[in-house]
Design a protein around this ligand. Sequence first.
Ligand code: 3UK
Length: 516
Amino acid sequence: PSLQFPPLMNCAVELLDRRVVGGEGERVCLRAPGGLCWTYRDLLGHANRIANVLVHELGVVPGNRVLLRGPNSPMLAACWFAIMKAGAIAVATMPLLRAKELGQILDKGRITHALCAHALRGELDEAVATRPSVAHVVSFGDPSGAGLEAAMARQPDEFDNVATASDDTCILAFTSGTTGQPKATMHFHRDVIAACRCWPPHVLRPQPDDVFIGSPPLAFTFGLGGMLLFPMSVGASTVLLEQASPPQLLDAIGEFGATILFTAPTSYRAMAEGARERRLGAPLGGPLVKCVSAGEVLPAATRALWKDATGIEIIDGIGATEMFHIFISADEEHARPGATGTVVPGYRARIVDDEGREVPAGTVGRLAVKGPTGCRYLDDSRQRNYVGDGWNYTGDAYYMDADGYFHYQSRLDDMIVSAGYNIGAPEVEDALMQHPAVAECAVIGVPDEERGQIVKAFVVPRPGYGAGELLVRELQDFVKRTIAPYKYPRAIEFRDSLPRTETGKLQRFRLREGKP
Ligand code: 3UK
């Protein structure tokens, strides 16, 4: 990919203004339930009005940090582009965050302004109340028409874009990771464009007539790329859903004729039967052509289930907030069950030991990655501890095989050591998920006097399967027959649901702490 950038560049101009100037303003860009449909020209007009509000009414200057809060919607997308155009820094936050977490972000991110969906004002107002450093909070989507929409009506739909440097920071991306400690990474205007030039054209290969849809929030870089930037980078259209639970997503795929789907492994698992009944896969005559999974490990059982239901081989990819988007992946023709894929053009990846030395193929070690989109932590000590010589240590245990395919084992802090054996929780989960009684499951190590740790599984049974001693023994025997017997769960507990982040990641640490 071409990764040379001019000294001055604004990612919003590259992705939005250029397309309209280039004569493609009438192409459909954003759609949403209820009939909303914006062309690229419409989105540009909205973003320009909001940028005018930011600069001329709210006093935003380049480098100001603007908090964004709202479920996925065209207005949220317009706000994001407006922040880029004004040369400010977007700090997008997950819709489910509470006042306490928003307060941490306001402080750490040194937020001066906020644009917030009307319905989500409550928690933000609570956090802002004790923080005079936040000068303005403006709502959008207020049914009375007050707030941002009223201000936009006073402003012209043209805006004098701020000439940002290509290495000006434009995004502060917060992630709670899998351990609950919030951390922030910085991304430049050029990172946004670099991300559009690496994984999408080499792995996803979208076309201008594709219709994107999916569940990840725009506040998660997986969603920002997949649901907004990548479709726009080829002039395609995207459907932004405020709510995208599995049944809602199934309905919307049919309604909008979506061709490219982005969601998390659990969502694929939950949607498989519905997708089969509705014949959503293109091989069965439906609209859906490509399906992308990221955010956490894709169990081979889930890949097989989805393929059987739709005829589509999922495109798996590991990405990280630190690296902006996906850096190891495989397209549908090169996918191998059990492997995430090979390194994406533009990136380098390797497996190292505890001293940072590269290990031979087949040996499990730490994943390190380097590329054009990262990694820069806001926090100096994190930068020292997790980034060395440009290599970011993602915190994942992986091995690379002789063909250059990377095989996920576990998060480093999730590795179970039982009686001297290293056991990756996902491998046991994958085995359990092949059993028809298992809807969802999570595996952790729990302390054990004799073995150090034992493997414990939390299982959400499928309706109709009795949760009891009989099923425990049945599942244990099943795992022993499926993978090496010493990996079987010596303890099994049944649950109604499992703790997950808003991005679909299992929170094994919460199960270890014994919290619900
Ligand atoms: C895990 C995966 C196995 C892995 C993300 C795509 O997930 C994203 O970013 P986060 O910062 O978390 C990063 C961590 O999540 N992970 C993600 N994808 C996979 N593990 N297989 C996968 N396919 O532990 C990684 O270190 O929340 C994903 C694009 C952008 C993203 N920000």
